[in-house]
Design a protein around this ligand. Sequence first.
Ligand SMILES: Cc1ncc(COP(=O)(O)O)c(C=O)c1O
Length: 442
Amino acid sequence: MEEVLERYRGLSRQSEALFKRAEKVMPGGISHSYRYYWPYPVYSVRAKGSKFWDLDGNEYVDLWMAHYARITGHAPDFIIDGLAQKLSEGLHVGMVNQYEVEFAEMLCDIIPCAKKVRFCCTGTEATMYAIRLARGYTERKVILKIEGGWHGPNSNLIYKINTPLEHGESLGLLPEMSKYTKTIPFNDIKGAIEAIKEDAGDLAGVIIEPVPGTGFIPADVHYLEALREETLRVGALLIFDEIITGFRVSLGGAQEEFGIEPDLCTLGKVAGGGMPMGIVVGRGDIMDMCNHMKRPNKWERVNIGGGTFSGTPIAMTAGLLQLRYLKENANWIYSKLKEMGERVRRGVEEAFRQNGIDAQCNGYGSLYQVTFPLQKDAEIRSPRDILERTDSRKRDVEYKLGMMNEGIFVVKGGGALSTEHSEEDIEKIIRATQKVAKEMGS
Ligand SMILES: Cc1ncc(COP(=O)(O)O)c(C=O)c1O
């Protein structure tokens, strides 16, 4: 490990110096907790296609892809050129604009459950509003989520995310609120039904990522079906958080891929085309809870009203260009991403197996993460297992820095492929893993 660290430092002296400056003026030196990793992060200066370049001039095959947002690679010409033209017309005016209408129409066309759309600026806001809609619509309080489920740091949902799960996720949260955000076990139909039954009378909704970002172990279709049936039975809403899976696992997201329609869905990341984005979509009657024309009295309405930069023409244009491209090319994009994802998962797992390291590579479509079970052959089946039964140091330090030294940028042991990842990139990822696995095994 000493050698790996020394090499990392040797390759990133300018980043190290800049991070020291950052620490003096920014708490922890960062703007997003996932962007820090030990001993310090490298600073990206340019990105194109499947790659980015850092301050010291190193080139990386990127698997983080802007928090999984860049499904068509970094800075694609069809977005950059479109935005350049848009920029010549000005920036945000703070008025309604034609692009938000076109974008909303496009979303209603693509996403199965989308009958109406509200734009905001981040996924964190989108999930906050979805919860508020569920509580407002049902006039109930309890929300169920899975352990390890990340829906952004909004105060309603920042519960049971990191280990130890018994501890709160942050200071500054009201302990009373945790009474109303509870958990269901992942991929456990019986346990989930029991949890739903327990709060049936006061259950506003269940929110879940169909492929949770903690581990990328996909939800079983039967499990999602059971959630659909049970929420309907008790009069609660089913909310899919498709901020990662939307437009990524298929054009219509996981709900199209798995054939299950939620009542509400949150979107962001890919839909932003590289710009900040949060979207709530869903059933018309639920979405209309925030319609000031149908519900003029504030006490009869769900307030989704703010966001200076919500629906900004630049973000709407980028999103529109992104979705238009995906729609026009869906016939090859999703099959190609699935095939590449499958190859990487198999190659990475095999590389560790050959070097006598117990590793499990999970994922779906273009998404994957490798984990290292703490006990030999332990079954890792849920985000909770990932948190409690796998070696995060091995993944986030040994494997990560080893891969960076080979010119591959992984986060949480993997990431997201894009249409711009080439055959050569795939081979490079597998070859680098073979080399790093050998070092880790010796
Ligand atoms: C599933 C999921 N929901 C919500 C969020 C929050 O979105 P944002 O970071 O845009 O606020 C994220 C971000 O990582 C996410 O992965």
